[in-house]
Unconditional design. Structure first.
Length: 350
């Protein structure tokens, strides 16, 4: 892996992965970050990387739904490996308007696979980033294993399920050297504030209502984003070709407990102006349609085969995340005001 194409590298998890590759991992090749910069893509998430790693980090603004642009990038940078993060990712948006999800997550993945298939002799790995949501919902007990049948509930998870199937099919049919990882809920710095944890942190800081869907008893497993980046790199380096690996945080929480923990941590750092506890801001709102009750990952395969385990506990990870949002008010304000879009327009057009 000398010329690694990372798609969606200006998003939350892709940018963390690129930062990890360049600053902490043993990867010593070039990273080519291809991202079309949707509302969720922000080059500021990788500030300083192009200067610090001018001979190893390259950014190309391009859409994975544009096969010609993909071919140009594969040729120009002699791409020999791919790590595919790019996707539409927010479940609520997929319920309101599924078409962008079908386009990017299914057609875009298909285009990438075709680019790889047409130069199979040059490609050593296509790693596909996926989600626990492809399996649907669990009850109170049990875990998803790598053999659990797919049963997606939302347009988002159905589109990710389709992309997983395409990647597996290209391995079986054309012998593409692939690996797939399915992971639970990530949290950490630079997450776009429409997802539960950053939304609650920023609303709680500003004293705004904290909208909890339904009863708040739905359960998610939480993993700190750096742990995810480490796991992906371990799978890319040592995972079995054609193999699928689960990644999890071993930290299941009810949504209401997550929100209350955020409130209490923030109260302990900075008392609200009116000194009322932030828990008072919690507001139960209409439930998400088709809301999966619980996700939980069995990732013993990854632990046993590759020796990976999550390093961060939810308490330490959440504390770090809250500190990050408190200390990056410039980033927060540029994202919330939409100012980051103006910057993108000025620098990249469109
Ligand atoms: P994100 O929404 O923060 O970022 C997505 C990135 O993809 C953005 O930079 C966006 O500009 C880019 N992108 C979107 N459409 C594109 C297109 N057509 N062409 C090129 N780039 C495009 O997403 P994230 O939370 O970082 O998730 C990254 C990946 O991880 C996704 O595949 C997602 O399904 C998967 N995943 C996410 C989580 C999670 O908790 N966030 C958990 C498991 C798996
Ligand atoms: O499980 C992995 C998935 O995690 C990824 O594949 C998705 O890309 C990612 O967006 C995330 O999906 P979720 O739907 O689990 O994340 P979200 O942050 O949107 O919601 C987490 C839980 O919190 C979920 O049960 C819905 C609930 N929720 C969410 C929001 C935004 C609320 O109660 N209130 C909210 O305002």
């Amino acid at each position: 892996m000398e010329n690694l194409l990372v798609t969606g590298g200006c998003g939350f998890m892709g940018s963390d992965f690129i930062r990890y590759l360049l600053t902490e991992s043993d990867f010593n090749g070039r990273v080519i970050n291809l991202d079309t910069l949707t509302y969720a893509g922000n080059p500021e998430n990788l500030n300083g990387m192009d200067e610090r790693f001018s001979d190893r980090y390259f950014f190309v603004k391009a859409d994975i739904c544009d096969p010609k642009a993909l071919d140009r990038v594969f040729e120009e940078f002699s791409i020999d490996s791919v790590c595919h993060f790019a996707a539409e990712t927010h479940v609520d948006r997929s319920i309101m308007g599924p078409s962008a999800f079908i386009r990017t997550n299914i057609e875009g993945t298909f285009n990438l696979l075709e680019s790889v298939r047409s130069r199979l002799d040059k490609i050593s790995l296509f790693h596909h980033i996926s989600t626990d949501e492809v399996y649907g919902s669990l009850g109170e007990k049990g875990y998803f294993t790598e053999d659990t049948p797919y049963n997606p509930s939302s347009p988002y998870s159905a589109s990710k399920a389709a992309s997983d199937h395409l990647v597996s099919a290209y391995n079986r049919t054309y012998h593409l050297p692939i690996t797939i990882s399915n992971c639970s809920n990530n949290y950490g710095p630079y997450q776009f504030p429409e997802k539960l944890i950053p939304l609650m942190i920023l609303n709680a800081i500003e004293g705004k209502p904290l909208p909890v869907y339904g009863t708040g008893k739905n359960i998610r497993d939480w993993i700190y984003v750096k742990d995810h980046s480490r796991a992906v790199w371990a799978i890319m380096k040592k995972g079995e070709k054609g193999g699928k690996y689960h990644i999890g945080g071993k930290y299941e929480m009810r949504n209401i407990d997550v929100v209350e923990m955020i409130c209490d941590l923030l109260d302990s750092i900075k008392v609200k102006k009116d000194s009322a506890p932030r828990r008072n801001l919690i507001t139960f709102v209409e439930d998400r349609k088709g809301h999966d009750f619980r996700y939980a990952m069995d990732f013993t395969k990854l632990e046993n085969e590759l020796g990976w385990t999550p390093a961060e506990s939810f308490e330490t990870g959440l504390k770090k995340t809250i500190d990050w949002y408190l200390n990056h008010n410039d980033w927060v304000q540029r994202v919330k005001s939409g100012e980051y879009r103006n910057w993108i327009k000025t620098h990249y057009g469109g």
